[in-house]
Ligand binder design. Structure first.
Ligand code: BJW
Length: 247
């Protein structure tokens, strides 16, 4: 087990409310590519061609191709030790998860309170009549996904220029502000308004711990920066908590 900073151990001893703000790096050890960086999805696909509504109107087949490809990857993965550690920490603390990920891995790991800021790749809705088509229960016609009303079905995710689900954002922000420790895990923190959340938590007095392979936009405001893999570091944190709690 790697040595954890003493300030973090002291905080873990005195804290009650932990909040995890997670990004694509959280799921990297499950085998899901991140968006930016060396293996990022954006290296292979231009976001402006795929993750915005105009692109979808212009070329729904292409956008669906990308989502089918990613769903395929996600359906063959499982939560990694980091997701499982966050879920197990609920035995010892009040834990809430704010995630930018659409991959459902926190839920599959057993976390109970999850705010999904950018939607969920397993859910869909018709852009004409709003009928919901969750968990793939719609037909593929010529690689277009068409609702019974004739409208296009789209994935229930948040594209550039679209508003985040207000309840998820507001509740997540509130949880972060009330947290004793906010862990910022595996995010480049460049996409807004999600990236405002750690700043708001800091202003409200939370202790910020970043876990990332590299420095990010948010590193300088964090109280502690742990440069390491999310899965390994969170497992180490869980082991330390068990020691603290006498297990
Ligand atoms: C590891 C690791 C390991 C790797 N362990 N770590 C204010 C300022 C500036 C711009 C804006 C602003 N407000 C709004 C904007 C515009 C825009 C925006 O933010 N643009 C910036 C990019 C410049 N924002 C929006 O458009 C948002 N909407 C909005 O603001 O609405 C209001 C509005 C309405 C009308 C008109 C205009 C505005 C919506 C943003 C939606 C983002 N959507 C996506 C796609 C979701 C669906 C899908 O998945 O298909 O969300 S984009 C993509 O980026 C995805 C992610 O959730 C998001 C964040 O990425 P993340 O998670 O940080 O991943 P990476 O790859 O960037 O980083 C991974 C990190 O992990 C790295 O740091 C690695 O080092 C690390 N790592 N392995 C630990 N093992």
């Amino acid at each position: 087990m790697a040595e954890l900073p003493i300030q973090l151990i002291e905080r873990l001893e005195s804290s009650k409310r932990l909040v995890f703000f997670t990004g694509a790096g959280m799921s990297a050890e499950s085998g899901i590519p991140t968006f930016r960086g060396e293996d990022g999805i954006w290296k292979k696909f231009k976001p402006e061609e795929l993750a915005n509504f105009n692109a979808f109107r212009k070329n729904p087949e292409l956008v669906w191709e990308w989502y089918k490809y990613r769903r395929e990857i996600i359906s063959n993965t499982r939560p990694n030790p980091g997701h499982l550690a966050i879920a197990e920490l609920e035995k010892y603390y009040s834990v809430e998860v704010i995630t930018q990920n659409v991959d459902n891995l926190h839920r599959r790991a057993g976390s109970k309170i999850i705010y999904e800021l950018h939607g969920n790749i397993e859910k869909n809705y018709c852009i004409k009549c709003n009928k919901r088509y969750d968990f793939f229960d719609f037909k593929l016609i010529d690689n277009k996904n068409i609702c019974e009303c004739g409208g296009f079905i789209r994935p229930d995710v948040v594209w550039f220029g679209e508003n985040l689900p207000l309840d998820q954002f507001n509740n997540g922000e509130e949880a972060a502000k009330w947290s004793d420790i906010l862990f910022v895990v595996g995010t480049s923190a460049v996409v807004y308004p999600a990236a405002y959340i750690p700043y708001e938590a800091k202003k409200a007095g939370s202790f910020l711990v970043e876990i990332n392979l590299d420095e990010t936009e948010i590193s300088s405001i964090c109280d502690i920066n742990i440069f390491g893999k999310a899965g390994e570091t969170l497992s180490d944190i869980l082991s330390k908590v068990k020691q603290i709690k006498g297990e």
